[in-house]
Design a protein around this ligand. Structure first.
Ligand code: AMP
Ligand code: ZN
Length: 460
């Protein structure tokens, strides 16, 4: 049985969806104003593992992810500019061009690390009506108030407001920065905008829509409540996000959703910890980020990055270094060269498989699951059993091992010939020639590894 840590109850719980075998899963998606970095990818790999794990456990998953292309301000409270409008201005593009370009980059990045696309991808700008409808419902029920600048959610009307973070409101207020008061008529600093009017600082906002409240654009939080309920109903089974979403974004999603429906918004809340660099969160605003293309340029296989992510538990932070990525790359290459030599897959070995699944089902303990996979690799059961078992494991890990299992590396005749020449040059001490041949072989797509038992080839 699958066990998951639920941020809401602060406990590891048995996973029991509302209508088994169906599972409605909602993931907060990217704000598409800049390049996706490997910190984001850590979170989406985590969601992908969860999606795959649910399927292996026999659930039918409907996975919805939003694309934030309007309304997310540079600060999580209501200060700052709209990230999309700012990103567009900086690049001399329209917000729409900016959004489509970076959405595309996001999916290219997720694809190369074997993240499967969610079943439904929903853009905020294409669901304005759903957001307006939800807002009207909140208005009817008396949870909102309107100022010259925005329609706000009044958190004092919602009794359970901090239940996700466990923070008391008074504690949270202490944490609020001494910020510029943008709207003097905002009653409480934690009240959040559901709809901004295109007046004052937003007078020149490009993206705007008519609404019963006045012309403007939605705040960030409302899109996730509106779109998740549109596709998955009023109560979700699982809602996921990064840990940074707990105190504001997800807290606000719960408040507005539960105020509107009077039902629990999501049964389980799963939050992924950060990828950090030199002790700091990797983030677009800090400019300390790498994209997956940066790693590829340095010669790494994107799947080595996926492997690296799996070596840490999703609730722990992970410090990114090129040393650890290199170690993961070696580990992955070792797996590949082992499995190439195996016979074709036959029978799944239930002992190894159970051990692996138990680790994965134990709140997605991927480091333990990888250890179970290595035990299988090193075991002395028939290689056809190893092959069948590792392919089952890979349905969850997503390392794309299928293309290597039982498929010895095919070395072109020309490469083999050059390799023989190089062996001769090496034996006769002609290191200049030997080096030249190494380069020639590399041009043909193979790297030479000199081992104690002779030279081996692997694809570049
Ligand atoms: P954004 O596009 O900034 O809205 O972020 C999209 C998601 O990526 C959010 O759920 C963030 O929590 C997550 N995220 C951003 N930076 C990191 C990081 N360094 N490590 C892990 N997740 C991150
Ligand atoms: Zn969200």
């Amino acid at each position: 049985m699958l066990h998951l840590y639920n941020t809401l109850t602060r406990k590891i719980e048995d996973f029991e969806p509302i209508n088994p075998p169906k599972v409605g899963m909602y993931t907060c998606g990217p704000t598409v104003y800049d390049y996706t970095h490997i910190g984001h990818l850590r979170k989406y790999i985590g969601d992908d593992i969860l999606h795959r794990l649910l399927e292996v456990n026999g659930f039918e998953v409907n996975h919805v992810m939003n694309i934030t292309d309007v309304g997310h301000l540079t600060s999580d409270s209501d200060e700052g500019d709209d990230k999309l409008e700012k990103g567009a201005k900086d690049r001399n593009l329209t917000p729409e061009q900016t959004a489509r370009f970076f959405e595309d980059y996001f999916f290219k990045s997720t694809e190369v690390v074997n993240i499967e696309r969610p079943n439904i991808v929903a853009r905020a700008t294409e669901h304005i009506n759903e957001q307006i409808k939800l807002l009207e419902k909140l208005q009817e029920k008396g949870f909102t108030y309107t100022t010259e600048h925005a329609v706000y959610f009044d958190i004092s009307k919602f009794s359970d407001y901090g239940k996700l973070s466990g923070q008391k409101l008074e504690e949270k207020q202490v944490g609020v920065r001494e910020n510029v008061v943008i709207d003097p008529n905002k009653k409480n600093p934690q009240d959040f905008a559901l709809w901004f009017f295109t007046v004052g600082r937003f007078a020149s906002h490009v993206m705007k829509w008519p609404s019963p409240f006045g012309e403007g654009f939605p705040g960030w939080h409302i899109e996730c409540s509106a779109m998740s309920m549109e596709y998955l109903g009023e109560t979700l089974d699982i809602h996921t996000g990064g840990i940074d979403h707990i105190p504001v974004h997800h807290t606000n999603e719960i408040a507005q959703s539960e105020a509107a429906t009077e039902k629990q918004f999501s049964k389980y809340w799963v939050h992924h910890n950060f990828l950090i660099v030199d002790g700091e969160k990797m983030s677009k605003s800090k400019k300390n980020f790498y994209t997956i293309d940066d790693l590829v340029e340095k010669g790494f296989d994107p799947i080595a990055f996926r492997y690296l992510i799996l070596t840490a538990h999703y609730r722990d932070s992970l410090n990114f270094t090129y040393e650890s990525l290199t170690a993961s790359s070696h580990a992955l290459n070792n797996i590949i060269s082992e499995i190439r030599a195996w016979d074709s897959p036959k029978l799944v070995n239930s002992q190894f498989w159970q051990k692996f699944l138990e680790a994965a089902n134990n709140d997605m303990n991927t480091p333990q699951a990888l250890a179970a996979m290595w035990e299988l690799i090193k075991s002395d059961i028939p290689s056809s059993e190893k092959a069948a078992t590792i392919l089952e494991m890979d349905k969850i890990l997503g390392l794309g091992l299928e293309k290597y299992v039982g498929k010895p590396l095919e070395i072109p005749e020309k490469v083999q010939e050059l390799l023989n020449h190089r062996e001769n040059a090496r034996i006769s001490g002609d290191f200049k020639k030997s080096d030249e041949l190494r380069h020639e072989i590399k041009k043909l797509g193979f790297e030479i590894e000199d081992t104690a038992t002779g030279s081996k080839l692997k694809p570049v």
